[in-house]
Design a protein around this ligand. Structure first.
Ligand code: PLP
Length: 395
């Protein structure tokens, strides 16, 4: 096993080694790590639902009624009332005819992409799509092409040469998870129709955040009907666990028969579904969470702009601060940590080389004071960094 230890050393030397931090309390704006309290700006629990009293009550009630585990895969005997309820609630929420739930979003992407395309088909993916999409594309066996980020001309160039393919699938994140920008969905819908390709949109970071009713970026662009395959996760704004795909009834029945990451895995514990059902209900009934999230997003972006901090292309609650060099990003993240602020450095291979960054996310429950403190510490740390570089204290 020496080659493993050698490789680990190499990873450490290049600044790419990843350490786990252990949170000792519930997920909230304040987290405890090794006995200290940090202000967290990296949770995907955008609306605070992961620790919401209504969600906790729903879980307790579900455990009382249905116990914990599901005991088998959905197709054997693990399909329980709450799985069915969850799927129909997601369908109503997403304005689609049917929904299939997977144990995670990662598995949903693997399952749907490998079912929709295979050998002899074509799958086309945005350069900055999530890892689970990329893995699904690779595993599918279809010809796999990537277009430059949000570049519709490049996408069309690929499609123009795709006449020989029977099935074509275009897949994109709706909110890009590391840059926080939006996919040009109206253009994608048009192009997909023109070239007779299926369009799949991953709403992991859009759901609960975008659109008048929180349905996602698809709603924001008024395209709920037009997008064929809407995928999402229950683990981000919804605060629970699981992935889903919504679409026509035939599509969903097909996936129930084809998607291996649905067929060959145990169903989610029913109480997890209860949490998701509760979260979706809250999102639909209480728009104030989304309002305060957006209020916080605009507030912090204004602050950062006034400090001349580069948040690149962010159009969402995901706000990256571009640093570039990997080791520098890691050191700045550590300085923030020493000052009580939790924002990880995101490094290759998660982002392209030389684009390491601090990836910040905002929650509805951050207070104005939290955001002001963040801006203060960020400006101090970045300023200190620049001075030390000037004085030659850092290279
Ligand atoms: C997080 C994420 C997933 C995976 O969802 P999980 O439920 O965490 O497995 C898929 N796609 C995107 C864009 C994501 O950000």
């Amino acid at each position: 096993m020496k080659h493993i230890s050698d490789e680990l050393i190499k990873i450490k030397e290049s600044g790419l080694y990843r350490n786990l931090k252990t949170v000792g309390n519930a997920q909230d704006t304040l987290v405890e790590i090794e006995g200290k309290t940090y202000l967290s700006f990296c949770s995907n629990n955008y609306l605070g639902l992961a620790n919401h009293p209504y969600v906790i009550k729903a879980v307790k009630d579900a455990v009382e009624e249905y116990g914990w585990g599901a005991g088998a895969s959905r197709l054997v005997s693990g399909n329980m009332t709450l799985h069915e309820t969850l799927e129909s609630e997601i369908s109503k929420f997403k304005l689609k005819n049917a929904t299939i739930v997977f144990p995670t979003g990662y598995m949903a992407n693997l399952g749907v992409i490998t079912s929709l395309v295979s050998n002899g088909d074509l799958v086309i993916s945005d350069k900055l799509n999530h890892a689970s999409i990329i893995d699904g594309c690779k595993l599918s066996g279809a010809d796999f092409r990537v277009y430059a980020h949000c570049n519709m001309e490049k996408l069309e160039n690929i499609l123009k040469k795709s006449a020989k393919y029977n099935r074509k699938l275009i897949v994109t994140d709706s909110v890009f998870s590391m840059d926080g920008d939006l996919a040009p969905l109206p253009d994608l819908v048009k192009i997909a129709a023109e070239y007779n390709a299926m369009l799949m949109v991953d709403e992991a970071h859009g759901t609960g955040v975008f659109g008048e009713n929180g349905r996602g970026v698809v709603e924001h662009f008024n395209l709920c009907k037009e997008v064929d395959v809407v995928m999402g996760t229950l683990s981000k704004a919804i605060g629970s666990l699981g992935g889903y795909v919504s679409g026509d009834i035939d599509l969903i029945n097909y996936l129930r028969n084809k998607a291996r990451s649905f067929m060959y895995t145990t169903a989610l514990p029913p109480a997890v579904c209860a949490a998701s059902i509760a979260g979706i209900k809250l999102i639909q009934e209480d728009h104030s969470m989304r309002v305060s999230l957006w209020h916080n997003v605009y507030f912090i972006k204004d602050k950062l702009n006034s400090l001349n901090i580069n948040t690149i292309v962010s159009e969402s609650q995901i706000i990256p601060i571009l640093i570039g060099d990997t080791k520098k990003a890691v050191k700045i993240s550590k300085l923030l940590y020493d000052n009580g602020i939790l924002i990880p450095a995101i490094r290759p291979p998660t982002v392209p080389a030389n684009s390491s960054r601090l990836r910040m996310t905002v929650m509805s429950s951050h207070t104005k004071k939290d955001l002001e403190r963040l801006a203060q510490v960020l400006s101090n740390v970045l300023c200190l960094w620049k001075t030390e570089v000037k004085l030659g204290l850092r290279q």
